[in-house]
Design a protein around this ligand. Structure first.
Ligand code: GDP
Ligand code: MG
Length: 595
């Protein structure tokens, strides 16, 4: 039975603990890649991943390992992202596996995401193989790390392997243990095809490519296939495996991980989490698929130029590849047609923005992000608000609820005092404190709005980079909130509307008008910037006019500048009143810079 020689596993860990480097070593030692192909973090294909040095997408690779018992094993490994914003990617990958390798960096020990990923693996009933990494480093503390792992999970000290993913030391030993510790898939080949679609990619030439894990049955290039949720059938253009690049095969069968090139071009025809089966002999039970991801922050995305169709297509195609990215149509008086988009966090937002630029050549304006609110109206109705513009007038609101997060912070004990100070400033409520060796683990409940934007950076600077955190949605809770509306030159700018806690309103408004004073492009005349809350102006500054002498002073350069100005004035006269105000990205960032 060939399945006995297959192992499917993910590599999980806190960010930077060495997952991608470990995957490199496995590919090198199994001769999956040639020396010429080898570069660091080879599985981080995307430009944004290479630039930030982080994994954003899970990637899959098949390697063959010649074991000590003279048998050849097929290892399908999935490298996963470590950052909290991409936890959803991790849980998707785990549904395709029987086991995980949990890496722990010996120089850092167990961190917030180590615990979070461990819990996800455990709740998926996967076999967990802890491995200590970076033992080559002079800062490695293997004994302490071993101790922390043993406090986290029930395991004998001798069963915790140690490696250096950098030098390769110990990696062969891990490869030898994998087939003994992680079980083979128990999937049935003789049944009708049942495969999980765990990832999707859009290729402009080949159409949609589905990444699948086969749980039952098999398929060939000649099979007519059916996506069950969308009821779409098709003839594949090609099928195959990742080694690490796509490599065509004649068939795929139960237990294996591979790809199907569908040739389909409409994104509505395919869904992540769907079940793939045979059109003529379908399975009678669909796989459960995935829970929808819950967006933590929302922002409006608008095209920077007038390539509206390119912009919309880019959003659709990106969402196919990133199922935790959500969008719906939105219209703004100042910015035109765009989308209200949901993200798992600020890093996710930043990565989406950069992917739109790098992979699709589309440049966007993003409005200031906000969390979703649940508004209870006086007329008895309830309203979900993920765009502050639609937050109802204060005299129609009975009360409002905001999202509260469960925050886990790990840090060396000496920073506990500083962390307490920071979290109290951000309306955090202390829940409990425990220790894992030298490391403190602290739990808080905090309004999601207080942690969604810059909290992590603050935490890092308060703890000299040592603290790490994990965030999970916990509940909705009543909050005292107000809507801030911004007027520039007496015109309400809808895209700048946002929601704050009432107690912070004056402080934020007065800081904001000062920021806007210097970020809004100047005109020949002064422009008042006002913040309006519940019908009252609570802060005001004036954007100073362009200095006249700048436009008329003797230089040649200035003459054309003056002409440009006059031309712009003429254009503005012809346009609607809204286009009188220019809104570069910095204006929206001003809201974020306040704390
Ligand atoms: P990931 O975020 O878990 O995928 O981590 P990466 O594989 O991207 O590695 C993060 C950083 O740790 C990189 O700078 C690696 O070169 C470094 N690193 C990974 N493994 C080792 C190791 O065994 N020893 C040392 N000294 N550094 C390592
Ligand atoms: Mg990585």
């Amino acid at each position: 039975n060939q399945q006995l020689y297959i192992r499917n596993f993910s590599i999980i860990a806190h960010i930077d603990h060495g997952k991608s480097t470990f995957a490199d070593r496995i590919m090198e030692l199994t001769l999956t890649v040639t020396n010429r192909e080898l570069r660091e973090q080879i599985l981080d294909y995307m430009e944004v991943e290479r630039e930030h040095g982080i994994t954003v997408k899970s990637s899959t690779v098949r390697v063959y390992y010649e074991a000590g018992n003279q048998k050849e094993y097929q290892y399908n490994l999935i490298d996963t992202p470590g950052h909290v914003d991409f936890t959803y990617e991790v849980s998707k990958a785990l549904a395709a596996c029987e086991g995980v390798i949990l890496l722990v960096d010996a120089t850092q020990g167990i961190q917030a995401q180590t615990i979070a990923n461990y819990k996800i693996a455990k709740s998926n009933n996967l076999v967990i193989m802890p491995v200590i990494n970076k033992i080559d480093s002079e800062n490695a503390n293997v004994k302490e790390t071993r101790h922390q792992i043993q406090k986290l999970m029930d395991i004998r000290s001798a069963d915790i392997l140690c490696i250096s993913a950098k030098t390769g030391e110990g990696v062969m030993d891990v490869l030898e243990h994998i087939h003994a510790i992680i079980p083979p898939p128990l999937d049935r080949i003789e049944k009708p095809l049942k495969a999980l679609v765990f990832d999707l990619q859009y290729d402009p030439y080949k159409g949609i490519i589905a990444y699948i894990r086969l749980f039952e049955g098999s398929l060939t290039k000649e099979s007519t296939l059916l996506f069950m949720a969308t009821n779409t059938f098709f003839q594949p253009l090609d099928i195959g495996v990742f080694s690490p690049h796509m490599q065509s095969t004649d068939s795929l069968s139960a237990g294996e991980v591979g790809y199907v090139i569908t040739g389909l071009k409409k994104i509505q025809q395919v869904k992540i989490g769907d079940t793939l089966t045979l059109f003529n002999d379908p399975t009678n039970e669909q796989l459960v698929g995935y829970e929808e991801s819950k967006s933590m922050v929302y922002a409006g995305l608008y095209p920077k130029d007038d390539r509206q169709t390119d912009f919309e297509n880019a959003i659709y195609r990106l969402s196919l590849n990133d199922s935790s990215f959500q969008y719906q149509d939105e219209k703004s008086e100042v910015l035109g047609k765009g989308f209200r988009c949901g993200f798992l966090g600020m890093l996710h937002l930043q990565i989406v923005r950069e992917r739109l630029e790098r992979e699709f050549g589309v440049y966007v304006i993003t409005t200031a992000p906000n969390v979703p609110y649940l508004v209870y109206m006086k007329d008895g109705t309830e309203l979900w608000v993920n765009n502050p513009v639609y937050y109802p007038a204060f005299n129609q609101v009975k009360f409002v609820e905001e999202p509260i997060s469960d925050v886990t912070i790990t840090s060396p004990q000496e920073y506990i005092g500083d962390i307490m100070k920071l979290t109290t400033n951000r309306k955090g409520i202390f829940m409990d404190l425990s220790y894992q060796g030298e490391q403190a683990i602290i739990h808080y409940e905090m309004p999601t709005s207080e942690i969604a934007y810059d909290f992590f950076d603050q935490l890092k600077s308060f703890t000299r980079g040592y603290a790490t955190m994990d965030v999970k949605f916990k509940k909705y809770e009543m909050a005292n909130l107000v809507k801030m509306e911004i007027f520039i030159n007496y015109i309400k700018i809808d895209a700048l509307t946002f929601i704050v806690h009432r107690e912070d309103a004056y402080r934020i408004a007065s800081q904001l008008v000062l920021k806007l004073k210097y970020t809004i492009p100047r005109k020949l005349y002064p422009m008042p910037v006002q913040v309006n809350v519940e019908g009252k102006v609570i802060a005001r500054e004036d954007v100073p006019p362009l200095r006249k002498n700048a436009a008329v002073s003797g230089e040649k350069k200035s003459i054309s500048k003056k002409q440009a100005l006059l031309r712009r004035q003429n254009i503005n006269k012809r346009n609607s009143e809204h286009s009188m105000v220019e809104l570069p990205q910095e204006v929206f960032n001003s809201i974020l810079d306040i704390n």
